[in-house]
Write a protein that binds this ligand. Structure first.
Ligand code: ASP
Length: 359
């Protein structure tokens, strides 16, 4: 992707990319019913104008609207556009770092995507990409968006000796690695990171920082960003009481390349799925087991021996495992340089190796 730089982007600046979400949301009756609102109504430029006075003097901020949507409508094509823009912007020597404002409903998927496709590059350049959003719409009393955005901009501009480059997320006065983000509450202000390893922004914990450095030091390369139409079709299936064997065949339409099982407990599933899933693997469908438990890790060959070829998700939730699997299948197809005979499983392992911080 070639981008033309405006004059603003030729001197040191922070780039803020707007994706929409509740941070850009408006409620018709904010005082009486703040949780009844429409996401993605306010432009990112206006969000910045509202906090201008609280930002450090002399800091130049450039904004771009990539989308203005409710993140439940996020498409893979938009992820491609966002990833391309992030990578090409990182290459600009005048760029200090990037903030992405995003809806919280699917922010964990975008976070994992940016971590897996841009995290190593950002680390090498000692630049930070910081995702943020809000749980209350922009016109609600006590809206959390402005403080989250101010904190995200401050975190991006922190000197590199205080925190390495990479992909992070900032919410409710805390920072976490973006790949650890996981919305685990429907309405609390800290919902996106309440169960993730994180640190208060005003007193960075040394153990958290050591964890960040350890993750950034895991060898490996960023995975390629799939082209807009090239994202592999991967579905998520939740195992539940009364599971039916036909469900597997029903979801394997022609064109489906992978399945992520949101399994019970340690990533288990009903016996009635065993035979159709083994057949799917034999037919070339990529299979990953994760857990619907909401926390903890899924290990290979637990609670039972895996069928050869099936992978365990580590600490990736089902939606994150799905993005990782899509990137892995795409990387295997693209035969990325230096990786000659690698299969999707090898790329998947590279991703799950970086999951240790949440285990
Ligand atoms: N539905 C909103 C979105 O994800 C929720 C939020 O931003 O908190 O866009």
């Amino acid at each position: 992707m070639t981008i033309t730089l405006s004059n603003d982007e030729q001197s040191p600046h922070i780039l803020v990319l707007g994706m929409g979400g509740t941070i850009a949301g408006l409620a018709p009756s904010p005082e009486s019913n703040p949780l009844f609102y429409q996401a993605g109504q306010v432009n990112v430029g206006d969000l910045l104008t509202n906090i201008e006075k609280a930002l450090p003097e002399g800091l130049k901020i450039v904004s771009r609207q990539v989308a203005n949507i409710n993140s439940s409508n996020l498409s893979e094509a938009l992820l491609t556009q966002l990833g391309d823009l992030v990578r090409s912007s990182l290459a600009n020597t005048a760029l200090i770092g990037i903030v992405v404002t995003h809806g919280t409903d699917t922010i964990e998927e975008t976070s994992l995507f940016l971590h897996a496709t841009c995290g190593k590059y950002a680390g090498k350049l000692s630049k930070r990409i910081v995702l943020t959003g809000a749980m209350l719409p922009s016109n609600a009393p006590g809206a959390d968006g402005p403080s989250n955005l101010i904190n995200a901009i401050r975190w991006v501009s922190k000197p590199v000796d205080q925190c390495p480059g990479g992909v992070f997320a900032v919410f409710a006065g805390n920072v976490c690695m973006a790949r650890d983000l996981a919305k685990r509450h429907s309405s609390e202000l800290n919902a996106p990171l309440r169960d993730s390893p994180c640190s208060p922004l005003d007193s960075i914990s040394q153990s958290w920082l050591d964890g960040v450095k350890a993750i950034q030091a895991v060898p490996g390369d960023d995975l390629p960003i799939p082209r807009e139409q090239a994202w592999p079709w991967v579905e998520i299936l939740t195992s539940h009481v009364g599971a039916r064997s036909e469900t597997i065949q029903n979801c394997l339409s022609p064109g489906v390349e992978g399945l992520v099982i949101s399994g019970t407990g340690q990533g288990g599933f009903s016996n009635v799925w065993k035979e159709p899933l083994d057949k799917a693997i034999a037919d070339g469908i990529a299979l990953v087991r994760s857990t619907r438990a909401g926390a903890g890790i899924v290990r290979p060959d637990l609670p039972e021996k895996d069928t050869v070829g099936c992978m365990a998700s580590g600490s990736l939730s089902a939606p994150k495992a799905r993005i990782a699997l899509q990137l892995a299948i795409n990387a295997a197809k693209e035969k990325v340089v230096n990786t000659k005979n690698l299969q999707w499983q090898d790329f998947f392992v590279m991703q799950t190796l970086q999951t240790k911080s949440s285990s």
